[in-house]
Design a protein around this ligand. Structure first.
Ligand code: HEC
Ligand code: HEC
Ligand code: HEC
Ligand code: HEC
Ligand code: HEC
Ligand code: HEC
Ligand code: HEC
Ligand code: HEC
Ligand code: HEC
Ligand code: HEC
Length: 313
């Protein structure tokens, strides 16, 4: 009944735009029988030729969210690939449908993303337009697999592999000794980044870098009696969240990290000097500056207010 209605509607459309006959399109010319839809509403127009037997099997789409026939908003083949009447009538003369997505597609990323945005605008994609991905020719289908029942990019264990096809530097970083547990699938790139674009820097899921870190590292938010300026400003000044060779995911080891901003001569008198420690420099031994300044993220010691114990307790 439903299929009949669709066919009638398609027939009317076909005649209006001058195709010979839609009925002919949906009939397998060799077998002479009317083709049945296989997985999506109205897919017979395409699936009479394209099915699991060819080099690119297409029917697994029936096992994805797009194949939920009970959901009337789900697409049919032509919602993404275009009406493609010429192609369906004479594929030997028109080897491609109106829109195609494979690696060899010559269509722009905007053209390829257009049908997706028609149904998936807003939500987490509010900042897609103008985002660094959309601007750099990345299409929805550069990440999402549509015809596969497993969409690698939405699986936390396999997601990073999709990103690494373009982001090689991060692949190297997440394999360093000090890193977030991304390889184990406990943390995903998308815990920190919204790959669809965002209002924050570096496509952060929150409006700022620190806000993104606080989501899991709440204790670093404070408030503290005494704040350390760079911590308030941006966690990534000292940490590289993708991975580093220095413990604590620091960009470099102490004392070097600290001395990027603090002159070694900071300490008046002899604290930390070679002379005072009998030839061994406390600043470079063991935890370096952290031997004494244990609370680098901010401290709640009332003494800090009077500059007596800076970030030491
Ligand atoms: C009459 C048979 C027939 C019908 C109907 C048909 N196609 Fe095709 N299609 C082909 C052939 C043949 C090719 C070329 C295959 C090749 O080069 O390997 C092709 C190629 C394609 C390609 C490009 C494949 C590639 O390698 O990049 C896509 C995408 C496609 N068809 C989608 C569709 C869609 C969507 C529909 C329905 C609107 C449809 N086809 C209807 C026969 C058909
Ligand atoms: C939601 C959008 C969408 C729908 C619906 C859809 N496709 Fe596709 N199709 C794609 C994308 C994207 C690709 C590229 C490969 C992938 O993502 O799996 C593709 C690839 C193909 C290919 C292989 C050509 C290539 O470029 O590698 C064929 C053939 C094809 N689709 C036919 C169909 C048929 C037949 C239907 C209906 C049963 C259909 N498609 C429904 C988006 C869609
Ligand atoms: C005709 C409307 C329509 C089109 C076109 C369409 N989608 Fe969808 N899509 C849906 C519906 C409906 C669902 C299932 C309900 C939902 O999750 O919103 C869905 C589900 C999805 C999901 C899974 C969401 C989940 O939570 O499981 C992804 C990913 C997706 N679409 C991406 C795409 C991409 C990429 C394209 C373009 C190649 C596209 N869609 C084209 C309507 C559409
Ligand atoms: C750079 C890779 C990438 C690109 C490009 C991309 N996505 Fe996604 N998408 C993802 C990831 C990763 C998730 C899972 C996010 C999560 O679990 O928080 C996702 C989730 C989704 C979902 C399901 C959850 C939701 O937000 O509703 C839909 C629908 C979706 N994407 C549609 C799209 C559309 C439409 C486009 C193009 C405008 C697109 N995506 C472009 C990586 C991408
Ligand atoms: C098809 C290639 C491609 C894929 C796949 C891809 N990206 Fe990108 N991404 C780019 C390009 C191109 C840029 C812009 C240039 C640059 O910064 O390298 C970019 C930029 C970024 C940026 C920097 C944004 C900014 O504003 O500075 C982040 C973060 C990012 N991508 C995250 C991801 C994540 C996470 C994934 C996987 C879910 C992913 N990308 C998948 C191509 C890709
Ligand atoms: C714990 C949070 C976090 C996770 C997880 C994370 N990132 Fe990032 N990423 C950041 C922050 C913060 C920045 C910006 C500061 C910086 O450049 O280090 C950034 C920057 C980037 C950039 C831009 C780099 C540049 O030089 O402009 C890319 C690309 C990127 N991330 C990709 C990824 C990919 C791919 C993954 C997953 C393998 C990932 N990120 C996981 C926090 C994260
Ligand atoms: C989705 C949750 C999540 C987010 C968001 C997050 N982290 Fe983490 N972070 C973790 C987990 C889980 C660990 C590992 C804890 C463990 O191994 O015991 C960790 C560990 C760390 C460590 C300690 C590494 C070590 O070797 O001791 C640092 C530093 C760190 N994160 C910094 C950041 C920064 C900076 C950001 C923001 C750019 C951030 N994290 C965002 C979950 C998160
Ligand atoms: C001035 C440099 C600096 C900045 C900025 C900084 N950190 Fe740290 N962070 C450190 C140092 C040094 C350690 C190692 C401390 C240790 O080993 O006791 C560390 C350790 C950590 C650890 C692991 C040990 C612990 O204390 O839990 C986490 C998590 C962490 N930082 C998160 C953050 C977050 C989140 C931010 C931003 C709000 C941030 N850091 C900003 C220097 C910094
Ligand atoms: C990106 C630059 C930067 C880095 C890296 C940095 N700091 Fe700071 N630090 C500052 C600034 C700015 C202040 C505030 C100075 C002021 O108020 O006069 C400060 C203040 C301090 C103070 C308190 C001084 C005072 O007079 O209030 C101590 C102690 C301190 N830092 C220790 C460290 C240690 C230990 C490290 C390494 C783990 C470190 N800093 C890394 C920029 C940095
Ligand atoms: C042996 C313990 C100890 C070590 C190691 C140490 N500090 Fe301190 N630091 C102190 C004490 C105590 C004070 C407060 C008294 C003072 O100003 O001399 C202080 C004060 C400071 C101040 C603010 C006072 C000023 O003079 O501006 C900075 C900045 C600072 N330390 C940075 C560092 C850095 C960077 C390192 C590593 C290179 C380091 N400290 C190693 C004990 C230490």
């Amino acid at each position: 009944m439903v299929a009949g209605l669709c066919l009638a509607a398609a027939l009317a459309l076909g005649m209006a735009i001058g195709f010979p006959s839609v009925a002919a399109q949906d009939v397998d010319r060799m077998a002479g029988v009317r083709a049945q839809d296989k997985v999506l509403r109205g897919d017979a127009k395409c699936t009479r030729c394209h099915d699991e037997d060819e080099k690119y099997p297409v029917l697994a789409i029936g096992r994805t969210a797009h194949g939920t026939l009970a959901d009337s908003r789900t697409p049919t083949c032509t919602a993404c690939h275009g009406e493609s009447g010429d192609h369906a009538d004479a594929p030997e003369k028109h080897p491609y449908p109106d829109r195609w997505f494979g690696r060899d597609s010559s269509q722009s990323s905007d053209e390829r993303s257009e049908p997706c945005l028609g149904c998936h605008q807003g939500g987490s994609r509010m900042h897609w337009a103008g985002g660094n991905h959309a601007n750099r020719d990345v299409a929805c289908t550069s990440c999402h697999r549509i015809h596969a029942s497993h969409d690698r990019v939405r699986d936390r264990l396999t997601q990073s592999e999709v990103c690494f096809t373009c982001h090689k530097a991060q692949r190297i970083q997440v394999n360093r000794p000090y890193r977030h547990p991304i390889r184990e699938g406990k943390i995903a790139c998308s815990d920190c980044h919204n790959p669809h674009g965002s209002a924050g820097p570096a496509m952060m899921v929150r409006d700022g870098i620190n806000d993104t870190c606080y989501a899991c590292h709440m204790e670093k938010r404070g408030p503290f009696v005494r704040n350390h300026q760079p911590v308030q400003e941006n966690c990534a000044i000292c940490h590289d969240p993708h991975g580093t060779t220095a413990p604590g995911m620091l960009r470099s080891r102490t004392p070097f990290l600290c001395q990027e901003c603090h002159e070694p001569s900071t300490h008046q008198g002899s604290i930390g000097s070679l002379a005072a420690t009998g030839g061994r420099d406390k600043n470079t031994l063991a935890r370096g500056c952290l031997n004494c300044h244990t609370q680098v993220h901010g401290s709640n010691s009332p003494l800090d207010e009077r500059n007596e114990r800076l970030f030491q307790r």
